[in-house]
Design a binder for this molecule. Structure first.
Ligand code: TPP
Length: 603
């Protein structure tokens, strides 16, 4: 009888770079558990709740950019991976989802834990693969010298390698390997001989065609107002220094939110404030002739509104995982090469070897003069104005979510990873300049609130770096099962901004609609976070002391006492040796008014 060689599957995973596997318990997946836990080079982590397990694996893949295996039993367990699969799809993360299944003859036969698993993630998967049923036994085919069993085994090995390789090819993404397994399940599979054959696609590097490079540079040189928007992405030192050089030496507004992990003194990292502060004339004057985008999506609503209204004549999208994503309704050119391959050509003195239309040192004074100077100086005058208005406003804030991040973020020691939950924490974090010595992450693939605790835990485990996760109370409660993890990393600190429900809708929504939908927006609760943390064995702290009263005037004594207590508590909390949760209570009404007032102050 043909039996699938699950040990081959584990060996192929290891050979193709899978170093971690998250396994949710079950019976049907026992052969997978036996093989993966016995496989040298793969560390296995048990997590019971499949939704949290999925995000735990996603957090590992997000930080490490390595493929991570995610394994479960048959039935509804498979569907509980779906939110993590869709998030991985839009973040282009190589999750290798391996699901145990019944042999196909048992599907829809009222057998337990049996659902239709083939292609179950249909729209949100880079590839769906089905391994041969390990019951299948065909008669050996005469004449070709290969038994059908050996041919099926070779087919199975090829499918596993093809699936993992598919996940790793640009644009990266999750893949699904469905594995029908027949009983007996609780027996160790026999060893395999010979070892599996590994197939893989080798790395290549694409350069822009000379014609494309020429067109890009001539558009660049023709444009007197250029804007580069960098979306969510990993830190990249080469791109960072390139963009800083462009911001410093050319007439270009470079915008990079904290999640892009790009930063520098000439780069605007607070686009929500920047675009909200523009007066009508400035908006028109800043309309770019040429927009260049790199990386994933951006968070800033104000930026999107601005660019959809003041559309650029040309929008060049470089190296995107999601081509044809016409975010600003202005897309004209897609160039599927690494962004730096084109951008390095426009730096003064860099373009000589490619053609005469490049900005050379001789041309630099011309570019830096005349109408172009207006654009550059406008950007710096708006930035200066925002800095003055917003910092005065932030100084006077009463105790609220924004004030917490104002005080907390500067205290985070260098080298930490900051994980942010949707939706208010990530938005508020972008009111403050990006710190070059931190790395920022958030699940912005689908902006869900359902897996952020587990994502932060997976990221902390994979990085081994001290990690701070900042969450709203609903996001935290939604994924409180993310705490249910025997490998919960000791290097993770969680700050929960507890305003007893959702704040975001009251901040951004229309007043009349908010009033009608209040109970559904607020989702009020009175969960005792201390008891919750205790149940999971996680250390709990609370910011105590007098909450500051709302006061638009100068800071009075009570406020400054409360502020000093807060700073002390934050610093002490970050210095704790193990995993811990800090609950910071804030008032919903004050949060909403502080948020709205900030934007009024800027206008
Ligand atoms: C899975 C999922 N369900 C619903 C939403 C819609 N949503 C966005 S933010 C939010 C509330 C978040 O509340 P909380 O975490 O307390 O943060 P706050 O807004 O209070 O700062 C909800 C329900 C979502 N993004 N994802």
């Amino acid at each position: 009888m043909f039996r699938l060689d699950i040990k081959h599957l584990a060996a192929i995973c290891a050979a193709l770079g899978v170093r971690r596997a998250v396994i949710a318990p079950g019976s049907r997946n026992t052969p997978l558990t036996l093989a993966l836990t016995a496989q040298p080079g793969i560390a296995c982590f048990p997590v019971t709740d499949e939704r949290s397990a999925g995000f735990f694996a996603l957090g590992m893949a997000q930080y490490s950019r390595e493929p991570v295996a995610l394994v479960c039993t048959s039935g509804s367990a498979v569907l509980n991976f779906a939110p993590a699969v869709v998030e991985a799809y839009y973040q282009n993360l190589p999750l290798i989802v391996i699901t145990a299944d019944r042999p196909s003859e048992w599907i829809d036969q009222s057998d337990g834990q049996t659902i239709r698993q083939q292609n179950i993630y249909a729209n949100y998967i880079k590839g769906s693969f089905q391994l041969p049923t390990d019951r299948d036994r065909e008669p050996a085919q005469a004449g070709n010298g290969v038994s059908s069993s050996a041919a099926t085994a070779a087919f199975s090995d090829r499918i596993v390698a093809q699936a993992i390789d598919t996940a790793l090819q640009f644009p990266r993404g999750p893949v699904h390997i469905n594995v029908p397994l027949s009983e007996p399940l609780y027996v160790d599979m026999p060893g395999h001989t010979p070892p599996p054959r590994i197939l893989r696609t080798l790395a290549t590097d694409t350069l822009p065609a000379a014609e494309t490079a020429g067109l890009f540079v001539s558009s660049w040189n023709k444009a007197s107002k250029r804007m580069i928007v960098v979306g969510t992405g990993h830190p990249d030192e080469a791109v960072n220094s390139l963009l800083n050089a462009i911001a410093d030496t050319t007439e270009t507004l470079v915008i990079a939110e904290n999640l892009s992990n790009i930063n520098g003194p000439g780069i605007v990292s607070t686009p929500d404030l920047f675009f909200a502060a523009l007066i009508e004339d400035e908006k028109a004057a800043l309309r770019p002739d040429m927009l260049v985008t790199i990386g994933h999506s951006v968070v800033s609503k104000q930026l999107k509104i601005y660019l959809r209204t003041y559309q650029p004549a040309e929008h060049w999208q470089l190296q995107t995982e999601l081509p044809y994503a016409d975010t600003y309704r202005a897309l004209t050119h897609i160039v599927p090469v690494k962004g730096s391959r084109l951008l390095e050509l426009v730096l003064p003195g860099r373009g000589r070897d490619v053609g005469p239309s490049f900005v050379t040192e001789e041309k630099l004074p011309e570019v830096m003069s005349g109408a172009t100077r207006t654009y550059r100086s406008l950007v710096s005058s708006v930035s200066g104005r925002i800095r003055t208005l917003s910092s005065a406003y932030f100084r006077r804030l009463p105790h609220c979510d924004i004030a917490v991040l104002r005080d907390l973020l500067p205290l985070v020691p260098p080298g930490w990873v900051v994980q942010l939950a949707n939706s208010t924490p990530v938005r508020i974090s972008q009111f403050f300049d990006t710190r070059a010595d931190l790395r920022y992450f958030c699940n912005r693939g689908t902006s869900g609130i359902e897996g952020s605790v587990a994502t932060a835990a997976g990221s902390a485990l994979a990085s081994g770096l001290p990690t701070l996760f900042i969450s709203g109370d609903l996001s935290f409660l939604y994924d409180s099962n993310g705490l249910w993890n025997t490998n919960f990393p000791s290097n993770l600190k969680i700050v929960v901004l507890n305003n007893e429900g959702a704040n975001i809708f009251s901040m951004i929504g229309d007043q009349q609609v908010i009033e009608r939908c209040q109970p559904f927006f607020d989702a009020s609760h009175s969960v005792d976070l201390e008891a919750l943390c205790k149940a999971y064995g996680i250390e709990y702290r609370r910011l105590s002391g007098e909450p500051a009263t709302p006061d638009p005037g100068p800071i009075h004594a009570m406020q400054s006492r409360a502020a000093a207590t807060a700073l002390q508590t934050f610093a002490g909390f970050l210095a704790l040796p193990g995993a811990a949760v800090l609950e910071v209570r804030t008032d919903r009404a004050i949060n909403v008014s502080s948020y709205k007032q900030l934007f009024k102050t800027l206008q």
